[in-house]
Design a protein around this ligand. Structure first.
Ligand SMILES: *Cc1c(COP(=O)(O)O)cnc(C)c1O
Length: 374
């Protein structure tokens, strides 16, 4: 049993939620849900009030990313995990190349590798904490990798590999979107879900798609390949253009997402988001560098994520004891990714997280460790 340590309240973060998804929800998002009663909540998703919320989400994302002409925002039910299956059916023509340097990149690779109608996927691996980069190869029509590998806290460049004309770049932005910089022309498909930087609930997927991706989606749909309706991106495209989804979406989730986009765009858009995440990252990595019991897990400075920080602890500091003490005082979800199995903390630093709270977190950790070690 960890000792009964009561962290002085002036040291504690004002909001103790540091999860990597679900993540901190702002009060204004809950107020938006309250305000959506009774004119939006509990009403048909085929009518204007809900369609307008979907429209606000699509417009808000176009604005946040300054999407070039011809790019579109599409959405559907099922979260990013479902999007991997949809991409397997609707984006990969014959063979995909994946970069896998953690749990999420590897899961998408597994999805395309299992598809009986595709050639075996090419997988470029790197150990946890490092990154792998796409490499042009013959016969590859989709290059896929995570912009931010949430399981390890490593971020990779979102840059289209040279010499891959005709192939699509399909980037998993689930934990990166809204918190890491993106030049949308570098991706044909940039997909994500609302429960990370957008502080909403899970269960939806969203994707920014280029004209080349739209052409691919339509061509595969016309090719006669069997595609389950819920995973057919041509159907999603058609519904999205009408501010609809194939089947009923979680309306409250859309309301919270629309509010977060309004907040981000209203405060300066991507520059605002990036200034928050970069400042949080600067503080936590500086703390780890200076600490004698903490060390940043990702060794390459350029790969250290600004949205999810992973910090190894020395054996004298038991991460689970530390987390139990913090949790008892409302500071939650800094658990390392289960399968990584390290004596580590993992801190979500999405735009809604106040950099001052990151400083309060590290101060609270220092306070606890000082008392555990004496
Ligand atoms: C969270 C996450 C996912 C999974 O998202 P779901 O919406 O839960 O399916 C996929 N990829 C990355 C990079 C993630 O961080």
């Amino acid at each position: 049993m960890p000792p009964e340590l009561v962290i002085p309240s002036e040291l504690l973060p004002r909001d103790g939620r540091f999860g990597s998804g679900p993540s901190r929800v702002r009060d204004a998002q809950i107020q938006a849900v309250v305000d959506a009663q009774p004119h939006v909540l509990g009403t048909s998703h085929r009518q204007a009030p809900v369609k307008n919320v979907v429209g606000a989400v699509r417009d808000g994302l176009s604005e946040l990313y300054a999407l070039p002409d011809g790019y579109e925002v599409i959405l559907g039910n099922g979260g990013s995990t479902s999007f991997w299956d949809a991409a397997t059916f609707s984006l990969v023509e014959q063979r995909a190349q994946h970069c896998a340097f953690g749990e999420f990149g590897a899961k998408f690779a597994k999805a395309t590798a299992a598809a009986p109608f595709l050639d075996d996927s090419q997988v470029r691996e790197a150990p946890a904490g490092d990154i792998a980069l796409p490499e042009p190869a013959d016969g590859i029509d989709v290059y896929a990798w995570p912009h931010n590998e949430t399981s390890t806290g490593a971020m990779a460049p979102a840059l289209r590999p040279q010499g891959t004309e005709g192939a699509l770049t399909v980037i998993d932005g689930t934990s990166a979107a809204g918190g890491l910089a993106l030049d949308p022309t570098q991706a044909d498909v940039y997909y994500f879900a609302p429960q990370k930087s957008f502080g909403s609930d899970g269960g939806l997927w969203l994707a920014l798609v280029s004209p080349a991706a739209i052409e691919r989606i339509e061509r595969i749909a016309a090719s006669g390949r069997w595609i389950p309706a819920t995973l057919d991106l041509a159907t999603a495209l058609e519904n999205s253009r009408a501010n609809q989804t194939l089947n009923t979406p979680a309306v409250a989730t859309l309301v919270m997402l629309a509010e977060q986009l309004r907040w981000l765009n209203g405060n300066g858009g991507m520059d605002f988001a990036l200034s928050r995440t970069a400042e949080s990252a600067r503080r936590i990595y500086q703390w780890a560098d200076a600490s004698d019991f903490a060390e940043t897990f990702v060794t390459k400075p350029s790969a250290r994520s600004s949205v999810v920080a992973t910090v190894d602890l020395s054996p004298s500091v038991d991460s689970s004891v530390l987390r139990t003490i913090l949790r008892s005082q409302g500071v939650v979800d800094i658990d390392p990714y289960r399968k990584l199995g390290r004596n580590q903390i993992r801190v979500g630093m999405f735009p809604a997280v106040d950099p001052d709270d990151v400083s309060a977190l590290t101060a609270s950790i220092d306070w606890i460790v000082e008392r555990l070690q004496t």
